[in-house]
Write a protein that binds this ligand. Structure first.
Ligand code: PLP
Length: 434
């Protein structure tokens, strides 16, 4: 408890936190973890159904990943990006092996934002065009072009750059297009995008940047035909299609890539988070051959001191190998289908406050509403209460706007799902919640 207190005091005195007014923060102290659980110094344990920032696909402290980092640290802890190092080639080989045919190279970055930054740069250089289209309901990262591509509130105080245009993606539960069915939503969202492209001028558009399944924005499952339709529009106009798989990729949806479940092949794929579960920061861009070829004899004007950092690369190799050997992606698919999905549907049946349940794999959202008919979202105060009541039941939850995102590590067991669902059930049933 003393160490918990010391850790808390140090943080409050000297650490400046992301996306927050600093004074009101009460960070939870964490000291260690294992699998789907984390604990503080005093030994109080929490079930981690946040995967931290939805990045911990392999769970806490996977021994093979930790050992690989230690071994690489003892051999060559850091190396400049211009040198060839075994772990980097092995990591790139494993990543491209899981990508569609025709995407054979990886540019490594430090995380997701700079992956999108460099993908946008590649698309602009490839097309000689400037504009980037992305959706309002999106998050693409905190650096210059990535934050301006973002659709949510975090874009607005950072919007200095031009040449970014936003459009509405499909979201049947809160349709912008008065749709009654998924088919209508798909058709009408595609019509809207086609009109935005025409009105902006197809020959000025470098890229369409989309999260395959928008994550922080609400785990918005694309309706049938939507992504294929976007692909068709992009191809027709020579626009580069960038799919952001930073949150959805590497097992979270029960597939290696979220787009594996849809009829679409992107030109550029951005990734981070789940590729090595964030044990050492890493991200990157997987590049189609026809774009990579642009830079065979022309300089690519981008780079990072830690591009392909050996500790991050060793963590990728070990994480992807362990995920393969231990069937971790399949586990995400089956636990999602057989346990999480049915249990959350049960919560929706029981509690009026649940407006919609949607998701796949270990990537689910419970949308909480004050009124099922009007679908009015619950207030921020209700969400703060939900989060703290869950924490009081030793559940580390991920909440965004009026939603609980049910996003445990891909290794989650049916028993852990039952434990979490019991906590959600209790909290959603609190008589004085709304
Ligand atoms: N893209 C998506 C879809 C994300 O969810 C995130 C982070 O949450 C990012 C990009 C940015 O990644 P990073 O925070 O590693 O820069």
């Amino acid at each position: 408890a003393d160490l918990d207190d010391l850790t808390y005091q140090l943080d409050r005195a000297h650490v400046f936190h992301s996306w927050s007014a600093q004074a009101a923060l009460h960070p939870l102290v964490l000291a260690g973890g294992s699998g789907c659980r984390v604990h503080d110094h005093a030994g109080r344990s929490y079930l981690d159904f946040s995967s931290q920032l939805v990045n911990l696909n392999i769970g806490h402290q996977h021994p093979k990943v930790v050992a690989a980092i230690v071994e690489q640290a003892q051999t060559l802890a850091t190396v400049a990006p211009q040198h060839a190092v075994r772990a980097r080639g092995e990591a790139a080989k494993r990543i491209t092996a899981r990508a569609p045919d025709g995407l054979n190279k990886v540019f490594f970055t430090n995380g997701g934002a700079d992956a999108n930054e460099n993908a946008i740069r590649m698309a602009r250089l490839h097309t000689g065009r400037d504009k980037v289209l992305s959706t309002y309901r999106s998050y693409h990262g905190n650096t210059g072009a990535a934050v301006v591509a973002t659709g949510d509130w975090r874009r607005i105080p950072n919007q200095y750059a031009r040449a970014h245009v936003h459009f509405f993606g499909p979201y049947l539960y809160r349709s912008e297009f008065w749709s009654a069915t998924a088919e209508q939503e798909s058709e009408r969202a595609l019509h809207h995008l086609r009109r935005v492209i025409e009105a902006e001028g197809p020959s000025s558009i470098a890229a369409i940047l989309l999260e395959t399944i928008p994550g922080t924005a609400g785990i918005l499952m694309p309706p049938p035909g939507y992504l294929a339709g976007v692909r068709e529009l992009a191809s027709k106009h020579g626009i580069v299609l960038i799919l952001d798989e930073v949150m959805a990729g590497f097992g979270r949806t029960g597939d290696w890539f979220a787009f594996d479940a849809y009829d679409v092949v992107p030109d550029l794929i951005t990734f981070a988070k789940g590729v090595n579960s964030g044990y050492v920061p890493a991200g990157g861009v997987i590049i189609a051959d026809h774009i990579a070829a642009d830079f065979d004899d022309t300089v690519f004007p981008g780079g990072l001191t830690y591009s392909g950092h050996p500790l991050a690369m060793a963590a990728i190799v070990a994480a992807l190998d362990a995920m393969e050997e231990e069937g971790i992606v399949e586990n995400a698919a089956t636990v999602g289908r057989d346990h999480i999905g049915p249990a959350l549907a049960g919560l929706a049946e029981k509690h009026e406050i649940v407006g919609e349940v949607r998701g796949t794999g270990v990537f689910w959202a419970l949308e909480l509403v004050a009124d099922r008919e009007t679908r009015e979202p619950v207030s921020g105060a209700v969400m703060a209460r939900v989060k703290s009541e869950l924490l009081a039941r030793n559940l580390l939850a991920f909440t965004a706007d009026n939603r609980i995102h049910v996003v445990p590590p891909c290794i989650v067991t049916p028993a852990e799902v039952a434990e979490a669902v019991a906590a959600y059930d209790e909290v959603l049933g609190l008589p004085d919640l709304s």
